[in-house]
Design a protein around this ligand. Structure first.
Ligand code: PLP
Length: 445
């Protein structure tokens, strides 16, 4: 029996990262989905302009993925992955490392991006300790970085609202690099990499590393493209130089590819797009097309090898870390089917191609509209930045999000930025609908 829709405003469900008070006045509830569209509780069709938070690359309700899940449920529903494991976890890990660049060839599974980040941070500390450098315990993140909601993730993350209530509970030895946006020089980015006049990494080299001493730094973690903050692109050469600086000082480089992984940039990973191989790469979204939670860390073989090089007896665990559902067979079956589908339909290349169509539409439609102060497009995502309403930061974008939803389009507000990041199966008429709906809302607000 369907849930009584008159109760959406009073029910027990406390929504994550949502203004719940406003939601209860105007509930937005999905009851079905197919392809590019949702059906809502009030019987409307809403186009999914954000791949349901960057997860649904192949579009909703894809039969090969659903069939694989059903088959797995009837074969091996679940089995512990501590001290024993399942065949699907091996298969999924091998498919994932086959897609990963360089010598990123071992996978630690978990269930979400937040867990992936915490796993990477813990592995960085454990790895340095195993090689006799346990004093390396400083982490460096970046302002406005989003690395999930675990204590590790909010510590290296740089979104003030996610951090401000948690004070001394965050990790103690963390610093942050400056953000990578230059509104004066690079407000409008159309497919290209922004070129900066000054070097944004001088601060890391000349202030942050000397302050902590580079020999104490365990890892630098960045999103190659800052997704949650509102699709901010790194300056040309930035990630290459970050790699060089980390190499020079024996610091691990972690790319948080929870958003950019599995096709969003038109390549397997952003690491491929930028030609830079990190020491660890975190992933979660798009790996199962959103249908079942799965995340993980792909690490270079040298990390695994170091952790195995221990004098401890062979019955001892080498890395005291893992989640009950790490490598869940049903999630891994979903990943295997999803990755096959992406390949069969050549969806990563399609994401790159349709991203160009999206970017063209953004720049042609939004430039010059009231309150538009920036537009950024690269890969299969684009953002329009709006001037905030005086005294009410975030309200303009939120109001536009609500208005778009009422008019049949799901878009993503991030501060005063609106992002569109459609499933890779998106077609031109979908892009036109999304952009026209958004333009109408921007004009009204
Ligand atoms: C770059 C990045 N890291 C980590 C996370 C956290 O992922 P999850 O919400 O699955 O914990 C996100 C989520 O958006 C993300 O964008």
């Amino acid at each position: 029996m369907a849930y009584n829709e008159t109760e959406f405003d009073t029910g027990s469900h406390w929504l994550p990262f949502t203004p719940n008070r406003h939601f209860r006045k105007e509930p937005r509830v999905f009851v079905a989905a197919s392809g590019m569209h949702f059906t809502t509780h009030d019987g409307r069709q809403v186009i999914d302009g954000i791949s349901s938070l960057w997860c649904v690359g192949a579009g909703h309700a894809r039969a090969p993925i659903n069939e694989a899940i059903k088959k797995q449920l009837d074969t091996l529903d679940y089995g512990t992955t501590f001290q024993a494991t399942n065949d699907r976890a091996f298969e999924a890990a091998d498919m994932i490392t086959a897609l990963a660049p360089g010598d990123l060839d071992k996978v630690l599974f978990c269930n979400s991006g937040s867990e992936a980040v915490d796993t990477a941070l813990k592995l960085a500390l454990a790895y340095h300790r195993a090689r006799g450098e346990g004093h390396r315990n400083v982490f460096i993140g970046r302002e406005r970085g989003y690395h999930g909601v675990g204590f590790g993730g909010i510590s290296v993350g740089g979104i003030p609202a996610n951090r401000k209530a948690y004070g001394t509970s965050m990790l103690p030895r963390v610093d942050h690099m400056r953000f990578i946006h230059d509104p004066a020089q690079a407000a409008y980015i159309h497919g290209e990499e922004p070129v900066w006049k000054d070097d944004p990494l001088l601060e890391l080299e000349q202030r942050i590393l000397p302050l902590h001493d580079p020999s104490n730094v365990a890892a630098v973690i960045v999103e190659p493209v800052a997704g949650s903050a509102g699709w901010y692109l790194p300056p040309k050469g930035y990630l290459q130089r970050l790699r060089e600086i980390c190499d020079k000082h024996g610091i691990l480089l972690v790319f948080d590819e929870v958003i950019t992984g599995f096709g969003r940039m038109g390549t397997n990973f952003a690491a491929d797009f930028y030609g830079v191989v990190p020491d660890m790469l975190t992933f979660a979204k798009c790996v199962t097309n959103g249908v079942i939670p799965l995340g993980g860390v792909i690490c270079r073989g040298k990390l695994y090898d170091q952790m195995m090089k221990t004098d401890a007896p062979e019955h001892m665990v080498e890395f005291f870390h893992g989640y009950t559902y790490s490598g869940h067979p049903v999630a891994c079956a979903a990943a295997v089917a999803t990755l096959k589908l992406y390949k069969e339909e050549n969806l990563f290349a399609r994401a790159g191609d349709m991203g160009k169509v999206l970017g063209d539409a953004f720049h042609a439609t939004f430039k010059g509209l009231p309150n538009v102060v920036g537009i950024r497009s690269l890969g299969c995502a684009a953002a329009v930045e709006l001037a905030p309403i005086a005294g009410a930061p975030g309200k303009r974008a939120y109001d536009i999000f609500i208005d778009c939803y009422k008019r049949g389009a799901l878009v993503r507000p991030a501060g005063d930025v609106i992002v569109i990041a459609p499933p890779y199966i998106v077609e031109k008429p979908h892009i036109e609908q999304l952009v026209d709906t958004l333009a109408g809302s921007i004009r009204k607000h």
